[in-house]
Design a protein around this ligand. Structure first.
Ligand code: AP5
Length: 219
């Protein structure tokens, strides 16, 4: 029987969760579920939910567990998760991790592998303060570490407009790293004690990290 291609990418802001999740989505044709992306779309659309979370996200704090769990529960009611999924940015607290176990049970899915992307703090800060993304298609780049092939032109859609995230200023990045250590890092032990955690060196060239992740998923 084919192994379900599913994982949680666990890592600090800037550890490359979104970058790697996109590669896995393309490679295995599975949904990339990013709670950050879902919330940013709500903000862009000017919805009530977007208005509620805008300030919280800009400040680098976490949005409340109940709201996030409801979003993820809705997402897992869709049929496409049955062929696999990549979770990016969820769970982020012990409460969210407990809720995820319930959500997966309801969807009759097993707990997936948890791949911890390990990157030193100073590298995280360098990555986030240089991040930019295409304003049209959302492809993520880095001014220095991962620029478009032709300067100023998106590789994917040819747009010449790029945007930066509000929470990528150095001050807010430092706050986000503190929040990660306080609220999310305890999940490393949580998942290790359940035998689900694999720690990966994610301070490497992107394709090497993808290969390591694919190796874990195909085991
Ligand atoms: P979210 O959007 O999830 O952000 P994050 O976890 O802070 O992570 P990032 O998206 O900043 O980084 P990433 O790991 O995806 O790195 P990326 O691949 O882009 O959350 C944002 C906010 O939403 C939270 O602060 C919170 O308010 C709210 N939220 C979301 N989920 C929530 C939840 N579950 N509970 C409560 N609140 C929630 O890479 C970063 C940069 O590095 C890019 O420029 C990239 O090109 C570059 N890069 C990537 N890999 C490499 C590499 N190997 N070498 C060199 N450069 C690289």
């Amino acid at each position: 029987m084919a192994v379900l291609k599913a994982c949680i990418l666990l890592g600090a802001p800037g550890s490359g969760k979104g970058t790697q999740a996109k590669k896995l989505q393309e490679r295995f044709n599975i949904p990339h579920i990013s709670t950050g992306d879902i919330l940013r779309k709500e903000i862009e659309a000017g919805s009530e939910l977007g208005k509620r979370v805008q300030q919280i996200m800009a400040s680098g704090k976490l949005v409340g567990d109940d709201l996030i769990v409801e979003i993820v529960r809705n997402r897992f009611s869709k049929q496409d998760v049955q062929s696999g999924f990549v979770l990016d940015g969820f769970p982020r607290t012990i409460h969210q991790a407990d809720s995820l176990s319930d959500i997966l049970k309801e969807a009759k899915l097993p707990l997936p592998k948890v791949l911890q992307l390990d990157v030193p703090d100073q590298v995280l800060i360098d990555r986030l303060t240089g991040r930019m993304s295409c304003a049209q298609c959302g492809t993520v780049y880095h001014r220095r570490l991962n620029p478009p092939r032709k300067a100023g032109i998106c590789n994917e859609c040819g747009s010449t407009k790029f945007v930066e995230r509000k929470d990528d200023s150095e001050e807010t990045v430092r706050k986000r790293l503190n929040v990660y250590k306080a609220e999310t890092e305890p999940l490393v032990d949580y998942y290790r004690s359940r035998g689900l955690l694999e720690a990966l060196d994610a301070n490497l060239e992107m394709d090497l990290i993808t290969n390591a992740i694919v190796g874990c998923l195909e085991k």
